[in-house]
Design a protein around this ligand. Structure first.
Ligand code: ATP
Length: 259
């Protein structure tokens, strides 16, 4: 069993190099490269079925990838130990997961995992409040919570466990406008690197961050620099990887993505 990540960094870079992931015979993610540091946000957009959730699952190392390189602070998931990797690079599900018990019980259980022992913690009750929920919901059975309550509680628990990278699969899909703005503010201030799947075209502008649009078929991938700069069309599939390096100024992608 892997030891807990006692020497984990407080600031880290996630990097992908030429990542490829297939489902059966179909290549879903091809030749994808980018890097992202703590405090930065990368939005992932694209049509339904293009592979956004699959990309997040791959980054969480829930699904194996075919080829390429995936590292956090210079170490692969195997070098970290897979449970430690998942404690540091945490996937927050799109849909309501069928949890048993209450959110407070889930939080307690997760903290007992070996990979979570000795790690820093956030203030879960404070997060619940910031997300616009009453404290009492922490002790209500998941089965009695609304979709929007459950979505915010899953998120609050994930943030409180203090991963270095949060993989967010449409974290505001079940929320009204006010709750959406609360979630955006909390996530923006949480300090983790955020990889955020969104179908809300206004979200990147409100939160700040770059946008990677995954294409269907052989269309070009589009990488948009932050804060309203003009979209940059990447070259067609077949050229070097789509590259998004962590740098303060807008960067030019060096390649494309396709099937
Ligand atoms: N476990 C699986 N087995 C077989 N095919 C899968 C599996 N998971 C995903 N796929 C396929 O991979 C492709 C990408 O799916 P994914 O869920 O990542 O899409 P998405 O871009 O997140 O879509 P949406 O916006 O609708 O959530 C789809 O064609 C889907 O059918």
């Amino acid at each position: 069993m892997s030891p807990p990540p006692s020497s984990e960094p407080t600031f880290a870079q996630l990097s992908l190099r030429r990542l490829q992931r297939s489902v059966g015979e179909r290549v879903i993610i091809s030749n994808l490269s980018f890097s992202l540091s703590s405090g930065e946000t990368l939005f992932i957009t694209g049509p339904s079925g293009v592979g956004k959730s699959l990309l997040l699952r791959t980054l969480a190392y829930l699904d194996p990838f075919d080829s390429g390189e995936l590292k956090l602070a210079g170490k692969t998931p195997i070098e970290w130990g897979v449970p430690n990797w998942r404690a540091l690079v945490t996937y927050v599900h799109q849909s309501r997961v069928q949890h048993k018990g209450t959110p407070a019980e889930l939080y307690f259980t997760l903290q007992q995992f070996r990979s979570q022992r000795g790690r820093p913690r956030g203030d879960l009750p404070a997060l619940v409040h910031q997300l616009g929920l009453e404290q009492a919901v922490l002790n209500q059975p998941w089965s009695e919570l609304s979709g929007g309550q459950a979505q915010r509680l899953q998120l609050a628990i994930a943030i409180a466990l203090r991963p270095l990278v949060l993989l967010l699969d449409e974290p505001t899909s079940a929320l009204d406008t006010e709750s959406t703005r609360r979630v955006e503010a909390v996530l923006k201030g949480c300090g983790a690197a955020l990889i955020w799947v969104s179908h809300d075209p206004g979200q990147p502008g409100r939160v700040g961050g770059r946008v990677l649009t995954l294409p269907l078929g052989n269309e070009s991938a589009v990488l948009t620099p932050p804060q309203g700069a003009s979209p940059v069309l990447s070259p067609q599939f077949g050229s070097p990887a789509t590259t998004l390096d962590s740098s303060p100024s807008p960067e030019k992608p060096r390649g494309g993505r396709g099937q």
